[in-house]
Design a protein around this ligand. Structure first.
Ligand code: GLA
Length: 392
């Protein structure tokens, strides 16, 4: 009995410290914000970043939970004789920019590479990890996306998977240690396109999130390929450590509102980071409504932090479900075909005993207590439900 009691105490102690660690993490929930790359790519500057912060702070996004304003590649300038990196002329004063973003109740993110060059050919952090982390902290940076890019050349040159992996892990760990040493909480976002099952080791090098795929594009087939390709990864996500199927394309113009709702619904079921990738200073009410739907965001940010997964696929008709805190379940009935189609789901197949209160999230409509549901889903569309066991 004493031994069992002690073991229980140790286990309780361990789980308490695990949840304390997750709470202390700057990414206890999937990060929400904006990133410059998908819309602006290399055409990003100080004024544009300020305009995004102004928009997020005033259009309802900040109130809905969006926080990070992330500058992607092409901000970098030259290193000085002491090895300190400076921004290029498009970012005259990074500290002043961070102060501005912070004054709007938001946080600022930045981008670099563990290789000598970033993907766009700018200066990377190789050999300067400590200086760069110190510089970011001095500017007031809150988030770093660390993109493999040219380190891949060094990895390919060693001629063995094992040695390449050693180089990669050491490089990611080096920046992690440098960030830790600053004492500033900085979300650490790994970007190496999902090679070598990063979901198995991303957390061990300090990653709060890791890209699981190549780059998204603002096209339905590419979004589908990336998003629905996440099947099987749910067990690798938890509070503080998330799978990242890349940033959102909602509002960039290459998909219909129906397709963007499919994109947003799937990302919420996947507990994915919600990093808007459009121009926040010039978006339609439709786009804003998709990005700020409170029920969808509540699914993405569910405090239990369980990622959803595929339950069933029947040709282009897919059912995905995500367990929620309090015994609820979020369900997506996806129709990836080019014609409308009926989809149905028995709630018992999702582990729900008896009836559940069902809410159609995009229709903002309570459907009442049900044990199953059947509905016509438009081509490329989704029916997203939130189920709560009846009587709770
Ligand atoms: C890679 C990343 C993108 C973006 C670009 C910037 O392609 O995967 O998300 O950061 O580099 O050069």
């Amino acid at each position: 009995m004493r031994v069992a009691g002690m073991a229980a105490a140790v286990i309780i102690g361990m789980s308490a410290s695990v949840s304390r660690a997750a709470e202390a993490s700057p990414a206890a929930k999937p990060p929400m914000g904006w990133n410059s790359w998908n819309h602006f790519a290399a055409k990003i500057d100080d004024a544009t970043v300020r305009a995004q912060a102004d928009a997020m702070a005033s259009n309802g996004m900040r109130d809905a939970g969006y926080r990070y304003i992330n500058i992607d590649d092409t901000w970098e300038g030259e290193r000085d004789a002491r090895g300190v990196i400076h921004p290029n002329a498009r970012f005259p004063d990074m500290k002043a920019l961070a102060d501005y973003v912070h004054s709007r109740g938001l946080k600022l993110g930045i981008y670099s590479s563990p290789g000598p060059k970033t993907c766009a050919g700018y200066a990377g952090s190789q050999g300067h990890e400590v200086e760069d982390a110190q510089t970011y902290a001095a500017w007031g940076i809150d988030y770093l996306k660390y993109d493999l890019c040219s380190l891949g050349d060094a990895m390919r040159a060693v001629g063995s998977m094992e040695k390449a992996q050693d180089i990669e892990l050491a490089a990611y760990e080096r920046m992690h240690a440098a960030l830790q040493a600053t004492g500033r909480p900085i979300v650490y976002s790994l970007c190496q396109y999902g090679f070598s099952q990063v979901w198995r080791w991303g957390g061990s090098v300090g990653g709060n999130l890791w890209r699981t795929t190549g780059d998204i594009e603002d096209k339905f087939p590419r979004m589908v390929q990336i998003g629905f390709g996440q099947a099987g990864l749910s067990k690798y996500a938890k509070p503080g450590q998330w799978n990242d199927p890349d940033m959102l394309e909602v509002g960039n113009g290459g998909m219909t509102p129906t397709e963007y709702r499919t994109h947003m619904s799937l990302w919420a079921l996947l507990a994915a980071p919600l990093l808007a990738g459009n121009d926040l200073s010039a978006m339609s009410p439709d786009t804003l409504a998709i990005l700020t739907n409170r029920d969808v965001i509540a699914i993405d940010q569910d405090p239990a932090g369980h990622q959803g997964d595929r339950v069933k696929a029947e040709g282009p008709l897919e059912t995905w479900a995500r367990p929620l805190s309090g015994g609820g379940v979020a369900v997506g009935l996806f129709n990836l075909s080019d014609l409308p189609a009926y989809l149905d789901v028995n709630f018992a197949d999702l582990g729900i005993a008896g009836a559940a209160e069902a809410r159609d999230v995009w229709a903002a409509k309570d459907l009442g207590p049900l044990i199953r549901y059947r509905t016509l889903v438009p081509a490329h569309g989704v029916s997203l439900l939130r189920l709560t066991a009846a009587g709770r």
